[in-house]
Design a protein around this ligand. Structure first.
Ligand SMILES: Nc1ncnc2c1ncn2[C@@H]1O[C@H](COP(=O)(O)OP(=O)(O)OP(=O)(O)O)[C@@H](O)[C@H]1O
Ligand SMILES: [Mg+2]
Length: 249
């Protein structure tokens, strides 16, 4: 079992899936063996990685203790535990299960052969995000614009609670600006606010906004293949390095 990094935020559309897919690609390019676990019933990471799935197998792994599914993706070196609509039943299926928070941790304990496991969470703090934070050693939150900030306080407080009650090993890998223009005043204001909310965990690297990145999910192509020489690919390489450094510290 490798290092487990959850990508989480209460805020929708703040680039969680973009970060999960792109970090997976960057680390795979470096020769790491990467598993992406898509616990979002929207299945966005799965589709972006070229896999259509109903999430039934993942649901069974989490609810009945079946083996975690793992399939090849459109990025060499990246495997996927795919999600889909059936994962929307997770909260209900786990409602009367004692220790429901630990289902993903248990499923991942049996998984071997990966250097990094990235868990892409939905924009809610329900059962799958709680299970991801209980399984992970590290959590990262992308922030895209001023609207992401309220979601950030909620995830910060949830991380603190989970660390206290369920997973003392959980630490912040980092918070980073995932869609911004560093020249604008708004971006600078957000960075300043972020530095206040999580003073020790704001990365110095950030990701610029790009039309190519906006197009990439519907092309089902990660940015390292769709726009390998573009700025976003380079930005994510820096973010990946900074996260990796913090995760080995
Ligand atoms: N650097 C960027 N520049 C431009 N667009 C971006 C960038 N990063 C992400 N996006 C776009 O923002 C949109 C939302 O991204 P994404 O799906 O990763 O967010 P999310 O937090 O996973 O959403 P959800 O909360 O629904 O899971 C996507 O269309 C994506 O292509
Ligand atoms: Mg997403």
């Amino acid at each position: 079992m490798g290092v487990i990094l959850a990508i989480a935020s209460r805020k929708g559309g703040c680039a969680k899936t973009s970060a999960a897919v792109t970090l997976a690609g960057v680390w795979a390019e470096e020769g790491k063996r990467v598993l992406v676990v898509d616990v979002d019933s929207q299945g966005s990471a799965s589709r972006w990685l070229g896999v259509d799935d109903d999430g039934g197998e993942l649901l069974a792994a989490l609810v009945d203790g079946a083996e975690l599914p793992s399939v090849a993706t459109n990025i060499e070196g990246v495997e996927l535990a795919p999600s889909g609509v059936r994962m929307a039943n997770l909260d209900r299926a786990l409602a009367s299960t004692p220790g429901a928070e630990f289902v993903l941790r248990e499923a991942l304990e049996k998984v071997k052969g990966f250097d990094v496991i990235i868990v892409d969470c939905p924009p809610s703090l329900g059962a799958s995000t709680v299970a991801a934070l209980t399984a992970a050693q590290w959590v990262a939150s992308p922030v895209a614009g001023a609207m992401s900030l309220d979601g950030l306080e909620e995830i910060r407080d949830l991380v603190a609670l989970i660390r206290r009650r369920l997973n003392p090993a959980l630490k912040w890998a980092g918070v980073f600006l995932a869609q911004g223009d560093p020249r604008t005043r708004l971006t600078r204001d957000i960075a300043a606010l972020l530095a206040k909310t999580l003073p020790d965990d704001l990365l110095s690297s950030s990701v610029r906004s790009s039309v190519r990145m906006r197009e990439a999910p519907s092309r089902r192509s990660w940015i390292g293949a769709y726009d390998p020489r573009g700025g976003v690919h380079r930005d994510y390489e820096r973010v990946a390095n900074e996260l990796a450094e913090r995760m080995t510290a």
